[in-house]
Write a protein that binds this ligand. Structure first.
Ligand code: NDP
Length: 306
């Protein structure tokens, strides 16, 4: 039986970890806020650890899922850190949507202790985590991926080896930068159409059978914006982080990236204005504020305009 430790029971981490619990599994969990780990263990077959060191000491595979790679790095050292107890020959699979440079540093630190590392961000959102149908994009040694694949298959439907360490992070950042562009562009377009009297419902009806459609126009706007539900599934702060990683990556590679840079700047502004806890789709509210209009509501104006 593969012994698995899962660290980071956040919005997506908790439903991912749920698939790793069960009578035929040996799962240990750790979360910074202990009460969340306790609540998890009340509903799922899992041991709760006091510290990261305690969580990983018997594990064959350690899975981490934190906001940024630096969080993972910060949990390596010290008496309570993962490196204090992780066993040689084990593997750390980081499902954080991380940044390639930090992932490479983490991999090098672990290699000194004969511990493998894969960057393995996921896509598919909380719904995909709940149904166990995530896409997992993996950077690092292909043979190590084959070794841990059975564990990743518990929450991932599609598992793609992308290349060397950091390539999973890079691909995830570009994917999310595209999501960010679609959200921003769709909001701006719909608001302009509303101003000239075209209802957003009609606009989306047309766009969604036309070439301008995207996941944002087909699912996110109809299900979260038009009905003003804005459920909190993926924080705007995290999408800002991802757009920033993509923009930095393109700049470091000396590639043309005007749209990536602009997207990052726009999401930074929205994040700074709306704060840490709002959902990524609430970026639409920021655009509404500065445009003085509301998507899907031609009669309602916020009155604010920059
Ligand atoms: P959340 O903000 O919901 O959860 C973050 C988790 O990390 C919590 O368990 C939190 O602990 C913990 N944490 C935060 N900072 C630290 C720290 N410094 N030290 C230790 N633990 C820390 O994030 P998500 O679960 O939404 O996202 C996790 C990762 O997955 C991110 O990289 C995100 O970009 C990515 N992702 C998220 C998706 C989503 O739909 N939510 C979709 C795809 C990828 P505590 O409970 O104590 O706050």
């Amino acid at each position: 039986m593969t012994r698995v430790a899962f660290l980071g029971l956040g919005a997506i981490g908790a439903p991912m970890a749920r698939h790793l619990a069960g009578p035929d599994a040996a799962l240990t969990v750790w979360n910074r806020t202990r009460s969340k780990a306790n609540a998890f263990a009340e509903l799922n077959a899992a041991q709760v650890a006091d510290t990261p060191a305690d969580a990983v000491k018997h594990a064959d595979v350690v899975i981490t899922c934190f906001p940024v790679s630096r969080d993972v790095e910060s949990l390596l050292d010290g008496a309570d850190g993962m490196l204090a107890t992780m066993r040689a020959g084990s593997a750390l699979v980081d499902c954080t949507s991380g940044d390639p440079a930090t992932s490479k540093r983490i991999a090098a630190r672990l290699a000194e202790h004969d511990i493998g590392f894969l960057d393995a961000p996921v896509s598919g959102g909380v719904a995909g985590a709940v149904s166990g149908t995530l896409t997992v994009m993996v950077g690092g040694d292909a043979a190590l991926l084959e070794r841990v694949r059975p564990v990743l298959e518990k929450f991932g439907k599609k598992i793609v080896h992308c290349g060397a360490i950091g390539s999973g992070d890079a691909l995830k950042a570009v994917n999310n930068a595209l999501l960010a562009m679609h959200i921003w562009g769709t909001a701006e377009g719909l608001l302009a159409l509303e101003k000239m009297g075209v209802r957003s419902e009609a606009a989306l009806d047309v766009i969604n059978t036309s070439s301008g459609r995207s996941n944002a126009s087909m699912n996110l706007f109809p299900e979260r914006v038009l009905n003003r539900s804005f459920p909190r599934t993926f924080r705007l702060a995290l999408l800002d982080k991802d757009a920033g990683i993509a923009a930095d990556l393109a700049r470091e590679l000396d590639m043309p990236s005007e749209l990536l840079q602009l997207t990052s700047q726009l999401f930074k502004k929205a994040h700074a204005t709306l704060g840490e806890e709002v959902d990524h789709m609430e970026a639409v509210k920021y655009i509404e504020q500065i445009s003085g209009a509301v998507v899907g509501q031609p009669a309602i104006h916020t009155g604010e305009k920059e």
